[in-house]
Design a protein around this ligand. Structure first.
Ligand code: COA
Length: 319
């Protein structure tokens, strides 16, 4: 018997503290106008001491379960995409598993800002192959803890948060994930990286980025990834109802919307309020548009992301 991964529920968590561009400009050589014009960002949520990667992931997971109307025990697997776990191990996912009372198994996945697309792809393979029937896919990030708050070129771009999607095994000809497409090219590993990890004693652990080069790759590689997703399903730009892109920069998002010929209101944008929440950005944006009724049953939704690695990919789904 074959299955398709259908969407059962979505959940989110955003830290309580909101930091405006103006607040950053009070202690950095930057301005609200520069940040807005170059990125579209106006504010970001920044985690407090108790708002850990695990805490946010659990909150988002509980909300997704509640909205799907199912119990934690019915979940077979938890996958958390994160570059900012609280501990090297155990994985954030097993902490979530314990908190929601799930059986099965859980693990974390590292693919930077493409993490959610990667996690979706892995979960989909498991569901299609019959290894799991219900999988919680979560992106949870606290980039505020790996930023150099003196570096205006990077610290203004990111925010914290978590988003969760519950997938379930549905009929192969029913709604759900049509396909996912993953790519990475490690030869661009030095364009966007964190200069440390738990295994390196001398690590300072701050995010470093060549913004201009990342921007150039993003536009070209994301264009390829969306074409690939549509071609794999025999669909065209005109079939796409919604673009739910990774939320890194409004200019990259606009370029993708324009390429697809989508009206601006068909592109889900949260970067203005959330900034770049890395692996959490797509589930946060997706959940917002599902919950406010924009994305409806039967709609064709295209997701795409690019991040450190470089990693990139796309996912196409029928609601
Ligand atoms: N405030 C004010 N000035 C800033 C600034 C800030 N926060 N950050 C950088 N600048 C300055 C630079 O120092 C530079 O000054 P200089 O010309 O005197 O050297 C100038 O602004 C232009 O910098 P540049 O890097 O060319 O700007 P840009 O138009 O490329 O925009 C980014 C910078 C980071 C917004 C843009 O490159 C970008 O979004 N890249 C993609 C990043 C991304 O998406 N990363 C995540 C991928 S998951």
């Amino acid at each position: 018997m074959s299955f398709r991964s259908s969407f059962l529920g979505v959940g989110t968590y955003l830290p309580e503290r909101v930091v405006s561009n103006a607040a950053l400009a009070e202690r950095l050589d930057t301005s609200d106008a520069w940040i807005r014009e170059r990125t579209g960002i106006t504010q970001r949520h920044i985690a407090g001491p108790t708002e850990t990667c695990t805490f946010m992931a659990v909150e988002a997971a509980r909300q997704a379960l509640a909205r799907a109307g199912v119990s934690g025990e019915s979940v077979d697997a938890v996958i958390v995409a994160t570059a900012t776990p609280d501990q090297a191990f155990p994985a954030t996912a097993v902490r979530v598993q314990a908190a929601i009372g799930a059986g099965g198994f859980g693990f974390d996945l590292s693919a930077a800002c493409s993490g959610f697309i990667y996690a979706l792809s892995v979960a989909d393979s498991m569901i299609r192959g019959g290894a799991a029937r219900r999988v919680l896919v979560i992106g949870s990030e606290v980039y505020s803890r790996i930023l150099n708050w003196e570096d205006r070129a990077t610290c203004v771009l990111f925010g914290d948060g978590a988003g969760a999607v519950l997938l379930g095994a549905g009929p192969a000809d029913g709604p759900g994930l049509l396909s996912t497409h993953l790519h990475s090219d490690g030869s661009f590993g030095d364009l966007l990286f964190v200069d440390g990890a738990v295994g390196l004693r001398e690590a300072s652990g701050c995010l470093q980025m060549n913004g201009r080069e990342v921007f150039r790759h993003a536009v070209a590689k994301l264009a390829g990834a969306v074409d690939e997703a549509l071609a794999a399903n025999g669909l065209s730009y005109a079939d796409v109802d919604w673009l739910v892109p990774h939320q890194a920069n409004k200019r990259i998002i606009d370029a993708m919307g324009k390429k697809l010929g989508l009206a601006a209101e068909r592109v889900v944008v949260t970067v203005d309020r959330h900034a770049n929440t890395s692996a959490a950005s797509i589930p946060l944006a997706f959940a917002e548009a599902v919950e406010d009724g924009r994305i409806r049953s039967g709609d064709l939704v295209l997701m795409e992301a690019l991040g450190g690695g470089l990693t990139w990919g796309s996912a196409l789904l029928r609601m």
